[in-house]
Write a protein that binds this ligand. Sequence first.
Ligand SMILES: NC(=O)c1ccc[n+]([C@@H]2O[C@H](COP(=O)([O-])OP(=O)(O)OC[C@H]3O[C@@H](n4cnc5c(N)ncnc54)[C@H](OP(=O)(O)O)[C@@H]3O)[C@@H](O)[C@H]2O)c1
Length: 179
Amino acid sequence: MDYKGVWEAMEDSQTLGLTKSIGLSNFSCKKIETILTFAIIPPSINQIEMHPLWQQKKLREFCKAKGIIVNAYSPLGALGRMWGSNQVLENEMLKQIAKAHGKTVAQVSLRWIVEQGATVVVRSLNKERMKQNMGIFDWELVDDDYKKINQIPQRRLIPSDFWVSPQGPFQTPEELWDD
Ligand SMILES: NC(=O)c1ccc[n+]([C@@H]2O[C@H](COP(=O)([O-])OP(=O)(O)OC[C@H]3O[C@@H](n4cnc5c(N)ncnc54)[C@H](OP(=O)(O)O)[C@@H]3O)[C@@H](O)[C@H]2O)c1
């Protein structure tokens, strides 16, 4: 993978005005470090799997320190996709929090992401659920909610086998991610 060549071409795109900003997706701390060794224009954003079941604390702290915005994908667990799961929407802790606030589990997950200072991209083809997903800006989570969310066992939902191959640049999941 020619990171430098690809990044330089992306920088050219921005310099030529073909795009407003350039960023990354599924980049671990180590991979971002690599980009930063040669980037003239640093990445504006890193789009990663993030939700209360995979909170990405280390990567988020790293991105914050480098001034890179985090964008959370599959914030509801990607239900309906081949690799998707109902583990976020069916999480008992999140259900308790949702009930206490009179909100849905989806809203709790999205609100938690926004409160972490991340941006979020959620998918729905349903008009009512789209409206519901926008209804996260006039209320907030409280300390007790955070105590519960911090107890949720951490587990990546999106498998790594798409990107890992004995012939590819990442031969093990540990090489692809940081740990
Ligand atoms: N960079 C990457 O590698 C990467 C990887 C995965 C995804 N993404 C991006 O992330 C974005 C979203 O992630 P995603 O599509 O994987 O999954 P997601 O947003 O976590 O979940 C989408 C699923 O949740 C349902 N849903 C939406 N709102 C809901 C609500 N309020 N209550 C209950 N169910 C709800 C949707 O069904 P309905 O349509 O029926 O509402 C759909 O089945 C997409 O734009 C995608 O392209 C990027």
